[in-house]
Design a protein around this ligand. Structure first.
Ligand code: CP
Ligand code: NVA
Length: 311
């Protein structure tokens, strides 16, 4: 049974929010960024459990600071503590936490763990990254693009690299917002077919274009923003060396950026492996917005928590 309040649900996949709901989040995040004090009591006394089964800098800090800036507080649960599904079942964790806190953020491996928590808990559950999706990241990223380009339906985003969780959520967000996204990955590392299909179904309604290719230059041609992410995600540490060889032609360097529009933004969810998926020259260039994206995680997630948790 799905819960809650205003949006009536959790935020596990980008697809959980309609186009209108994403725009409502963006407008609220814009207002919160401009005038944070106005919202300082809006989530008075609300407590978020922050479950991390993988490391984090941005997600941990922005959820913790975000809930506090809204008048609430958080409890951090490290990978060593809950041991979701091993020390205790996902269902039992949900049934405990719903009696103790007002919302859950979960960063974990299997997407089914996040959906399992959300299905069992009567309180909102927010996905802070799974192997399949990173929805808060993608919303913060399109919010960042919106700060530069007022009409997102005219924006062309190129994602170059692994067809991973970040690529999936960017694709679904582009689809919801009517933007164009080109994804260039090596043949065996393209985004999952079921996510591409989902995005294409949404795109038909919104006028978005979702294009998958193996050619980084083709993807980047005329792009307003070029995005990349690590070649080996958390949990894929054993594949690092093998992936380095395969992904090298997909490095975002000045030569590749020269195929994009003049002044195209460079984007990365961070952490970055400088010298691998991106060169220093590009990530430190004047068109790099990586730290603006990181900051916008705070504003966008505050808006998400606000809409999901408030009475
Ligand atoms: N981009 C991002 O989610 O960063 P962390 O892994 O540091 O939270
Ligand atoms: N794809 C990366 C994103 C980190 C924010 C990972 O899952 O490790």
């Amino acid at each position: 049974m799905r819960k809650n309040k205003l949006f009536g649900r959790d935020f596990i996949s980008v697809i959980d929010f309609s186009t209108e709901e994403i725009w409502r989040i963006f407008k609220l995040a814009k207002s919160m960024k401009a005038n944070p004090k106005k919202y300082k009591n809006n989530l008075d006394g609300k407590i978020m459990a922050l479950i991390f089964e993988k490391p984090s800098l941005r997600t941990r800090v922005t959820f913790d600071v975000g809930i506090k800036q809204l008048g609430g507080d958080s409890v951090y649960l490290s990978p060593l503590e809950i041991n979701l599904g091993k020390r205790e079942s996902v269902y039992d964790v949900a049934k405990n936490l719903e009696r103790m806190v007002n919302g859950i953020m979960v960063r974990t491996f299997g997407h089914d763990v996040a959906t399992g928590l959300a299905d069992a808990a009567s309180i909102p559950v927010i996905n802070g990254l799974t192997d399949l999706e990173h929805p808060c990241q993608a919303l913060a990223d399109f919010f960042t693009i919106w700060e530069f380009h007022k009409d997102l339906t005219k924006v062309k985003l190129a994602f170059v690299g692994d067809g991973n969780n970040v690529a999936h959520s960017l694709m679904l967000t582009a689809a919801r917002l009517g933007a164009r996204i080109n994804i260039a990955s090596p043949e065996a590392y393209t985004p999952k077919k079921e996510i591409v299909e989902k995005a294409k179904i949404v795109a038909k309604k919104t006028g978005a274009i979702v294009h998958i290719t193996n050619d980084p230059v083709e993807a980047v041609k005329g792009a307003d923003a070029v995005y990349t992410d690590v070649w080996a995600s958390m949990g894929q540490e054993k594949e690092v060396e093998q992936r380095k060889k395969i992904f090298f032609p997909y490095q975002v360097n000045s030569k590749l950026m020269s195929s994009a529009k003049k002044n195209a933004l460079f984007m990365h969810c961070l952490p970055a492996h400088r010298g691998e998926e991106v060169t220093d020259e590009v990530i430190d260039s004047k068109n790099s917005v990586v730290f603006q994206e990181a900051e916008n995680r705070l504003h966008v997630q505050k808006a998400i928590m606000h809409e999901l948790l408030r009475d």
